[in-house]
Design a protein around this ligand. Structure first.
Ligand SMILES: C[S@@+](CC[C@H](N)C(=O)[O-])C[C@H]1O[C@@H](n2cnc3c(N)ncnc32)[C@H](O)[C@@H]1O
Length: 219
C-alpha cells in the first residue's frame, strides 16, 4: 500500500481496519478532541503535528495493529507513552487488550489517566514511573515511539520480553541503520515500510536473548 498523505486519507484508512467500527472510531474522535484541549495546557505534541493529528499520530499509531495477529496482543507494553502514542490509540481500537502505558513525567501521567477514564478503556492502565522501576512482566507486544535508540531500548526493556514477544517500533528514517548497528543481542528484527511516511520504517520482530562474549558480538 502507498503511504497515506493527509488527515482525510488517514481517517478513511482507519475505517477499513478490522477494529475500525463506529464505536472505536468515535473513541478516536474523543481522544483527538481531548488531546487538542490538553495540548493547550501542556506541550504533548507539536502544534504542526496537531494539525495533521489523524495522519501523524492516530494512523501512525494504528498501523502497528497490522503487524499483530489478533490472538497475540495482550498484554501490550507501550514505553514512554507521552501524549498516548501509540498506546492510547491501541487501547481505543482494542479496548479488550490489556495496555500498559509507561510514562515518567507527572503531568503526562495525569493526562494519560484522565484520557483512559474519559474514553472508558477498562483494560488500559498507566505505569507512572521510570521504566527502570516498573515491575517486570511478560509482554506479548512491546511498542515504543520516539522513546530511545534501539540499542538502549532493548537494553532497558528486554526483561519484559520472551522469545514470543513482538516488538513494534516506529523509527523514522533511521530504522534500518538502528537494526544493522544493534550488537550484543540475538534478534529477529526486520523493517516494514511506514504507512504514514514513505521514508520511515517500523522495526518489527523478536529479541531472542543477550549474546555473551566478544566472539558472539560480531554478528
Ligand atoms: C519524545 S516523547 C514520545 C511520546 C510518545 N511515545 C509519542 O510518540 O508521541 C518520550 C516520552 O518518554 C518519556 N520517558 C523518557 N524516559 C523515560 C523513562 N525512563 N521511563 C518512562 N518514561 C520515559 C518522556 O517523559 C516522554 O513523555
Amino acid at each position: 500500500m502507498t503511504a497515506l498523505d493527509s488527515n482525510a486519507a488517514a481517517r478513511a484508512w482507519l475505517a477499513t481496519l478490522p477494529e475500525g467500527n463506529a464505536v472505536a472510531l468515535e473513541r478516536l474522535e474523543s481522544l483527538v478532541a481531548l488531546l487538542r484541549e490538553e495540548n493547550a495546557r501542556q506541550n504533548l505534541v507539536s502544534a504542526a503535528s496537531l494539525d495533521a493529528v489523524w495522519l501523524r499520530h492516530v494512523a501512525d499509531s494504528a498501523q502497528l495493529l497490522c503487524h499483530v495477529p489478533r490472538e497475540t496482543w495482550s498484554p501490550w507494553l507501550d514505553l514512554g507513552s507521552g501524549a498516548g502514542f501509540p498506546g492510547l490509540v491501541v487501547a481505543a481500537l482494542r479496548p479488550e487488550c490489556e495496555v500498559v502505558l509507561v510514562e515518567s513525567r507527572s503531568k503526562r501521567i495525569d493526562w494519560l489517566q484522565r484520557a483512559i477514564t474519559a474514553l472508558a478503556l477498562p483494560c488500559a492502565r498507566v505505569a507512572g514511573a521510570r521504566l527502570e522501576l516498573v515491575e517486570s512482566f511478560p509482554a506479548r507486544v512491546i511498542s515504543a515511539r520516539a522513546f530511545a535508540p534501539l540499542d538502549r531500548l532493548v537494553e532497558l526493556s528486554a526483561r519484559f520480553s520472551t522469545s514470543d514477544t513482538l516488538w513494534l517500533l516506529p523509527k523514522g528514517r533511521s530504522a534500518r541503520d538502528e537494526v544493522n548497528q544493534l550488537n550484543g543481542w540475538s534478534h529477529r528484527f526486520h523493517v516494514e515500510h511506514s504507512l504514514t511516511d514513505t521514508e520511515a520504517g517500523v522495526i518489527v520482530g523478536q529479541v531472542l536473548g543477550k549474546l555473551s562474549g566478544k566472539k558472539d558480538r560480531k554478528r
